[in-house]
Write a protein that binds this ligand. Structure first.
Ligand SMILES: [Zn+2]
Ligand SMILES: [Zn+2]
Length: 406
C-alpha cells in the first residue's frame, strides 16, 4: 500500500511516493545515454533507487524501464513567474521524448533543462487555447536554432470545422511568421524548418494516434468550451502516463485513464478563489470553474474513480493560499497519492517507484550544445537584404574580417 501523502507544492522541494524498494534493472546501459549531453555534464545511472534530492538536468540516465515527466508550465493564460502556461515533457528509457502542449512561456523552462533538441521533434496538443499552444512558433524556431535538424511533428485534434483544427492552426501560424522563417531558411538546416501536422479526429475514443518504437499514444475527447479538446494516454513498457486536456469531468477519462501509473488532470481554482483572482462575480467564476473546467472536489472524484498510482493536478494560479484551497477541495473527495504540479517539477516513474522532485536550474543557463549531425545537416544558401538596403550600411563602421570556414 502506498502512503497517503500531502501534495507537493510551495515550500516542499521533495515529496515522493516511494515504496522504498530497489529499482531493478536500472544499472548502466540506459538508452538515455545516447542523448547529446552538454559539455561538462556527465549522466550517470541511479543506483538502488537512490535519487538525488533535486534533479540536475543531464546528470541522470533513465533506466530502460523508467519514464520521467517534467512540468514545463502548470499555470494559466495570465502567467506568473512561478507558473507559465501548460506544457509537460515526457522522456522514456528507450530514448524517446514527447512534448504535451506548448503553453506560452514554456520555452524558457525547456531551455533551462538544456535538452538534446534533435530528439525533441514530437509535440502533442490537447487543444488550441493559447495557454496550451502559445509557444508553438517559439518552439519551432528555438529548437531549430538549437540542435533540431529534422521536421517538427505536431499531433493535434480536428475542430468542429476545418478552420478550427490543428492543421489550420499550424498553416495559419506559418503564414503569420513567414518573415521569420524566410530569414532563417538556408542559414539553418533545411529539414529543421519543416513542420509535419498529424491532425486526428477529436471524436475518436481511445484510438491510437501514434505508435512507434514500442510507444502507443491514444486520444479521447474532453469537454471544454468548444468541441476539439482531447486527453492522451501513453503506454510503454508496461507503464501508463495520462495527460488530461482541459475538461469538465468526462466519462472517457474515467474509463481510459484507469490503471494509469501517473494520471494528470486539471485541478482548477474553486469558484470563490477564481472570482477573487479575476475580479469576477461568483456566478461567472462558478460557471468557468465547474462547467468549463474541473474544480478541486470534482478532480478528487475523478481520481477516486481512476485510482492512479499518483494523481497529478495542474492548471492553476500558483500561490500558497490557492494551493491550500485546491488541496482542501481535493481532500474532501480523494485520499490517494497526490501531487500538485509546479513548474520544473520532475517525476520519475518505474514499476516500483514514483519519485517527485524539483529540478535545479540556472537563471543564466546556456543553450544546449548541438551535435555534429546538426552542424553538417544540409542548408540552402543564406539570404540577404536587397541591394537598396545593403547600400545603406554606414561607412563609419568596418566589421572584423570573416574567419575561414571550418
Ligand atoms: Zn483550455
Ligand atoms: Zn487551459
Amino acid at each position: 500500500m502506498l502512503p497517503k501523502l500531502k501534495p507537493a507544492w510551495i515550500g516542499l522541494l521533495v515529496v515522493g511516493v516511494m515504496t522504498g524498494s530497489v529499482i531493478a534493472g536500472n544499472l548502466g546501459h540506459a538508452a538515455g545515454a545516447k542523448d547529446n549531453v552538454p559539455l561538462g555534464r556527465k549522466a550517470a545511472a541511479i543506483v538502488d533507487g537512490q535519487y538525488p534530492a533535486s534533479y540536475f538536468p543531464n546528470t541522470e540516465l533513465l533506466g530502460p524501464d523508467e519514464m520521467r515527466i517534467t512540468a514545463l508550465g502548470t499555470g494559466m493564460p495570465n502567467q506568473t513567474r512561478a507558473a507559465v502556461s501548460i506544457s509537460f515533457l515526457l522522456e522514456l528509457g528507450n530514448g524517446d521524448k514527447f512534448l504535451f502542449d506548448l503553453g506560452s512561456g514554456m520555452l524558457a523552462n525547456l531551455f533551462s533543462l538544456r535538452p538534446d533538441f534533435s530528439k525533441l521533434d514530437k509535440v502533442f496538443a490537447s487543444h488550441l487555447h493559447v495557454d496550451h499552444v502559445g509557444d508553438f512558433m517559439a518552439m519551432h524556431i528555438g529548437s531549430w536554432l538549437s540542435g533540431r535538424y529534422t521536421p517538427l511533428h505536431i499531433y493535434g485534434p480536428s475542430g468542429s470545422t476545418p478552420e478550427l483544427g490543428t492543421k489550420a492552426f499550424v498553416e495559419n501560424m506559418q503564414k503569420a511568421y513567414a518573415w521569420d522563417i524566410a530569414t532563417r531558411s538556408g542559414a539553418l538546416p533545411d529539414k529543421g524548418g519543416e513542420i509535419e501536422v498529424h491532425e486526428f479526429d477529436y471524436k475518436q475514443v481511445n484510438e491510437v494516434v501514434y505508435q512507434k518504437n514500442g510507444v502507443t499514444i491514444r486520444s479521447w475527447p474532453a469537454i471544454h468550451a468548444l468541441d476539439g479538446s482531447v486527453s492522451f494516454s501513453v503506454e510503454w513498457n508496461g507503464l501508463k502516463y495520462v495527460f488530461g486536456g482541459d475538461t469538465y469531468p468526462n466519462k472517457w477519462y474515467i474509463k481510459y485513464a484507469a490503471n494509469a501509473d501517473l494520471a494528470s488532470h486539471e485541478a482548477f481554482l474553486p469558484p470563490k478563489a477564481l472570482a477573487k483572482y479575476f475580479g469576477w462575480d461568483l456566478a461567472q467564476a462558478t460557471w468557468v470553474s465547474t462547467r468549463i473546467h474541473t474544480e478541486p472536489q470534482a478532480f478528487g472524484k475523478v481520481m477516486s474513480a481512476v485510482k492512479p498510482r499518483l494523481a497529478l493536478g495542474y492548471h492553476t494560479v500558483q500561490s500558497p493560499e490557492n494551493n491550500a484551497a485546491i488541496t482542501d477541495g481535493i481532500r474532501k473527495t480523494y485520499d490517494g497519492p497526490l501531487a500538485l504540479a509546479r513548474d520544473l517539477m520532475v517525476i520519475n516513474v518505474t514499476k516500483k517507484n514514483i519519485v517527485v522532485r524539483m529540478a535545479t536550474v540556472d537563471e543564466y543557463v546556456l543553450p544546449p550544445d548541438v551535435s555534429e549531425a546538426y552542424q553538417k545537416a544540409p542548408r540552402s544558401d543564406n539570404k540577404n537584404p536587397s541591394k537598396f538596403i545593403l547600400e545603406g550600411k554606414w561607412k563609419g563602421y568596418t566589421p572584423p574580417p570573416m574567419p575561414k570556414k571550418q
